[in-house]
Write a protein that binds this ligand. Structure first.
Ligand code: ADP
Ligand code: MN
Ligand code: MN
Ligand code: MN
Ligand code: MN
Length: 387
């Protein structure tokens, strides 16, 4: 049975909070046998998880779904193996994950990264949420992904490149850098732009990229997006379930650094109504067969299967996605499935270099920015590995 060991740890933690006096076993000072001061540098572990609520813009405030709390660990754990870190618990009734009369949910460490903000021995601990009997909580989409990672799937080494778009807002809720109560020039000069007239919020985007690199995430780039104040970072190529863990940590870092910059980052699918691009999370996907010479055959086979499960994917590809997938901006409308080479109006795009080489990967352009990365990863495996 899985026994949460946080109780044992907190009992231990209570006894040694400060620099302590210890008897020196091999005294070197003139006052032999006396005590010396050892600086007991405790470690801060930020336990991070996703809550059970949908992002909600309806009350004029944007909430994200990341939660975290800090555990001070007196004897630093230097291993990066998540199993070395104790389970912890939290009040699920405050996160949409439990009723008040039976509120404890368990945080189960699944991945550990150096903390790029606190530095030193401090770490970020990505957790999945468990019931007290250690079974996966209903909101635990990671466990559902892991369940699909059977030996035949693992042998094909599925890889993902996740293009996480987001929009920066000022604390008053307006897009960051937009004129007060008004609009900037129409879309056109902003995508991959440079210059104060077209790019808003670069210091945060840069600080975020830097933090992701220091945390050891496989961030592969950033760019300013089509709507001014909108940005993208990419995670990958990376396997499963790591893609989900890394995207969640990268999202948490973005919100956390946003606190320092006074900028709110939202993953809302359509933060500004009207003739402005929505915010997506294109997911690039490949298997070993697709990546090998001649792999195009396997890419086409996967696209054929994806064409048959379009509604199932769309229903789990993020909230508010119907406002983004109208067919007026990026990708075709929600009820149409289309694929094409270099076609950014398609549901699934085959990048031009992939067509030229005849192997590589496909890009699923349908997920909204607020999609659950574990869920996209799972659905892509579920559909493309189906017989
Ligand atoms: P776009 O041209 O659509 O903006 P990006 O350059 O933003 O594309 O993102 C492409 C993503 O695809 C990157 O994260 C990259 O790491 C990822 N990628 C590259 N090759 C593969 C592959 N074989 N399988 C999965 N993802 C890949
Ligand atoms: Mn959620
Ligand atoms: Mn991109
Ligand atoms: Mn983009
Ligand atoms: Mn893309």
């Amino acid at each position: 049975m899985h026994v949460p060991n946080s109780t044992a740890l907190s009992a231990k933690a209570n006894c040694a909070a400060r620099p302590v006096l210890v008897r020196c076993s091999r005294p070197t000072s003139a006052r032999r046998g006396f005590f010396v001061i050892r600086a007991a540098v405790a470690q801060r572990a930020e336990y991070i998880w996703a809550d059970g609520l949908e992002g909600d813009q309806s009350k004029g405030v944007v909430f994200n779904e990341m939660r975290s709390k800090t555990k001070v660990i007196q004897e630093p754990i230097t291993s990066m193996d998540p199993k070395e870190f104790p389970d912890w618990s939290f009040d699920g009734s405050s996160t949409g994950q439990a009723e008040g009369n039976n509120s404890d949910c368990i945080l189960n460490p699944v991945a550990v990264y150096p903390d790029p903000i606190r530095g030193g021995d401090n770490v970020l601990v990505m957790c999945d949420v468990r019931n007290p009997d250690s079974t996966p909580h209903a909101t635990n989409t990671r466990a559902k992904l892991v369940d699909l990672l059977t030996p035949d799937v693992v042998a094909e080494k599925p890889m993902y490149g996740f293009e996480q778009e987001y929009t920066m807002l000022s604390k008053s809720g307006q897009v960051y850098g937009w004129p007060h109560g008004g609009y900037p020039a129409p879309q056109g000069p902003f995508y991959c732009g440079v210059g104060s007239e077209s790019v808003y919020g670069r210091p945060l985007a840069e600080a975020h990229m830097d933090a992701c690199m220091k945390a050891g995430l496989l961030i592969s780039g950033i760019n300013a997006e089509v709507m001014p104040g909108q940005w993208e970072f990419q995670i990958g190529p990376v396997g499963a379930p790591d893609v989900g863990d890394e995207v969640m940590i990268a999202r948490w870092l973005l919100h956390r650094l946003g606190e320092q910059f006074g900028i709110v980052c939202t993953f809302a699918a359509k933060p500004v109504k009207g003739d402005w691009n929505g915010t997506g999370a294109h997911t690039n996907f490949s298997t070993e067969s697709m990546r090998n010479p001649g792999g195009m055959k396997h890419i086409m086979d996967a696209i054929d299967k994806l064409s048959k499960t379009h509604p199932e994917h769309i229903s789990q590809y993020g909230t508010g996605n119907e406002e983004r997938l109208t067919g007026k901006h990026e990708t075709c409308d929600m009820n149409t499935f289309r694929s094409g080479v270099a076609d950014r109006g398609a549901s699934i795009r085959i990048p031009l270099p992939v067509q030229l080489k005849n192997y590589g990967y496909l890009e699923d352009r349908r997920p909204a920015a607020n999609v659950d990365p574990y869920t996209v990863a799972r659905l892509l495996i579920k559909t493309t590995f189906s017989k």
